[in-house]
Design a protein around this ligand. Structure first.
Ligand code: FAD
Length: 309
């Protein structure tokens, strides 16, 4: 174990730290509690020339069975005090704060705009980077600015929402690799506390009835293709229940691949390839993964034949 002010641990298993409960170990791992800790961790990675991966709650990831060969920086609610700072309908939230916690607080304060994001299990930082969304809302609708730590310079910079290029499950931060240290939201006053609470509860109940939350998973595996739904196409191809090892295309919701017990990342990756290939061959739609792959995978993603040549 190497000690700076921030503790850098070695060989930390990542399967405990992802919603999939899958994946090998991080060669180095740390949980910064302050922005200074974060900067020190970045310095360590630079000095040792380590590839960097920024982990939130790990709810949109498939980590390779070989793990991650560099440094994993895990942003949790412990970062920068871990509380939301409210000013009427505006709120500043640390990047590692749970999105669900923010949604609940906003509803309890009668602030509207986030209630339909109830049940998305990641951090606020992860939600910004992915422009997480559900039903008629996404993060871009209420986000006003973010404070980032830039990579590789390590500068602390505030960006307005328009500078983040937030599109469907994507953002400029996914390309730059910058770190969301905090985010500011401007919420509304549409609806009473009871109405907002009822909507939040309704959304949580819908998720419970439609999603296979009883098994470890990463949410929707594939993005929504234009004019269709990934789950509908996968179901139409008869792939519900398809298994590889202990990974299964969920029988409850076809756009989920669940871990029935001891699934390996390679099993999930193989199912992803098979689903992509089958849906392409039968429906001529290329499903693009929403899940993010971390580390090395032997099996490629499917490439349609004409793009191969
Ligand atoms: C049951 C279930 C339901 C889900 N439902 C939805 C849904 O309805 N809508 C939806 O959009 N998603 C959904 N998801 C996917 C997931 O919860 C979201 O994408 C979430 O925003 C990811 O946040 P995270 O903290 O877990 O990020 P991680 O999975 O840890 O990381 C995702 C990406 O964000 C980056 N990242 C994380 N934190 C930061 C940060 N602070 N700064 C910079 N980069 C960062 C990571 O490096 C990685 O590239 C669901 C997942 C599950 C398991």
């Amino acid at each position: 174990m190497t000690t700076l002010a921030v503790i850098i641990a070695e060989n930390i298993p990542l399967h405990h730290k992802t919603s999939y409960a899958i994946g090998g170990s991080a060669r180095y791992y740390c949980q910064p509690e302050t922005t200074d800790d974060l900067l020190m961790a970045l310095q360590f990675a630079r000095r040792e020339q380590l590839p960097l991966f920024l982990l939130g709650k790990g709810t949109n990831l498939l980590v390779s069975d070989d793990g991650w060969p560099g440094l994993v920086i895990h942003l949790t609610e412990r970062l920068n005090g871990g509380t939301c700072i409210w000013n009427d309908t505006s709120v500043t939230v640390p990047g590692g704060f749970p999105l669900n916690g923010l949604v609940k607080e906003s509803v309890e304060r009668g602030c509207s705009g986030l209630e339909e994001l109830a049940g998305i299990p990641g951090t606020v930082g992860g939600a910004v980077v992915m422009n997480a969304g559900a039903f008629s809302t996404c993060i871009a609708d209420t986000l006003s600015s973010v404070v980032c730590c830039t990579i590789p310079a390590g500068e602390i910079i505030r960006y307005s929402t328009s500078e983040l290029e937030l599109t469907y499950r994507n953002s400029r931060i996914r390309k730059t690799g910058d770190i969301v240290v905090s985010a500011e939201f401007s919420l509304g006053r549409t609806g009473t506390i009871t109405e907002l609470g009822n909507r939040r509860r309704e959304i949580l109940d819908r998720r419970k009835s439609k999603q296979p939350l009883e098994y470890p998973n990463c949410g929707s595996v594939f993005k929504r293709p234009p004019g269709d739904f990934a789950g509908t196409l996968i179901e139409k191809c008869g792939l519900k229940g398809l298994r590889c090892g202990s990974a299964e295309v969920s029988t409850k919701h076809a756009n989920f691949i669940v871990n029935l017990g001891r699934a390996q990342a390679g099993d999930v990756r193989h199912l992803i390839y098979t689903v992509q290939k089958t849906v392409w061959e039968r429906c001529e739609v290329l499903l693009e993964p929403e899940v993010i792959f971390i580390g090395k995978f032997d099996e490629p993603l499917f490439i349609p034949p004409e793009k191969n040549s």
